[in-house]
Design a protein around this ligand. Structure first.
Ligand code: SF4
Length: 194
């Protein structure tokens, strides 16, 4: 065992950075820093960009992000290392936020497919909001029940439901639950269960 220990000790000594540096200096001379001109002039892609702090839009964990903007365009999004929540890390979804924000395939218009339709049609946001309001009104009128068969108070509708997303914040959830419960809806669900 002592022989092995000595052998490994000598090998480790010969491979140590100090030994390698000494050997190079005694056999080759001073080794210059091997940075090329190109490497010296390289700049990170966020060089000169303005940094804006933000929060990941995906889930209720609320990881901090740094959004870099140059010439009024988002050029990069990374984790905020000042955030006590994520300390600079992002999960794969949050790390792909840039592709969510800057994506030419992202829909920016309301798309509507009429009943039995096979094609999507472009509509204005005003048209979509009015349609949602109209359908909500009509469905509630048709399905609202004040009492059950035994005369017990219900005041609810089972004809309308709401499925929220984890990115909704406390204020939005407050408004949602206030409005929907006022309408008598009971099927109000959120993927994050907040
Ligand atoms: S989706 Fe990922 S990065 Fe975004 S807040 Fe949730 S855990 Fe954080």
């Amino acid at each position: 065992m002592a022989v092995f220990a000595t052998l490994f000790g000598r090998m480790a000594g010969r491979l140590s950075p100090k030994h390698v540096a000494e050997t190079l200096e005694s056999h080759v001379g001073a080794v210059p820093n091997p940075l090329s001109e190109r490497s010296k002039n390289l700049r990170p892609r966020i060089d000169g960009a303005k940094m804006v702090k933000s929060v990941c839009p995906y889930c209720a964990v609320g990881c901090g992000q740094r959004v870099y903007v140059k010439d009024n365009k988002v050029i990069d999004i990374e984790g905020d290392y000042d955030s006590p929540i994520n300390g600079g890390c992002l999960c794969p979804k949050g790390a792909a936020s840039y592709q969510l924000a800057m994506n030419e395939r992202r829909r920016t218009k309301v798309m509507y497919r009429r009943p039995y339709g096979t094609e999507w049609e472009e509509r204005s946001l005003e048209w979509a909001m009015a349609r949602v309001a109209q359908l909500t009104y009509e469905t509630r009128e048709e399905t609202f029940r004040e009492r059950d068969e035994q005369g017990r108070t219900l005041n609810h509708t089972l004809g309308i439901g709401s499925l929220g997303g984890a990115t909704l914040d406390s204020e939005e959830n407050y408004l949602i639950t206030k409005l929907f419960h006022s309408l008598g809806m009971v099927a109000i669900e959120n993927q994050a269960r907040i």
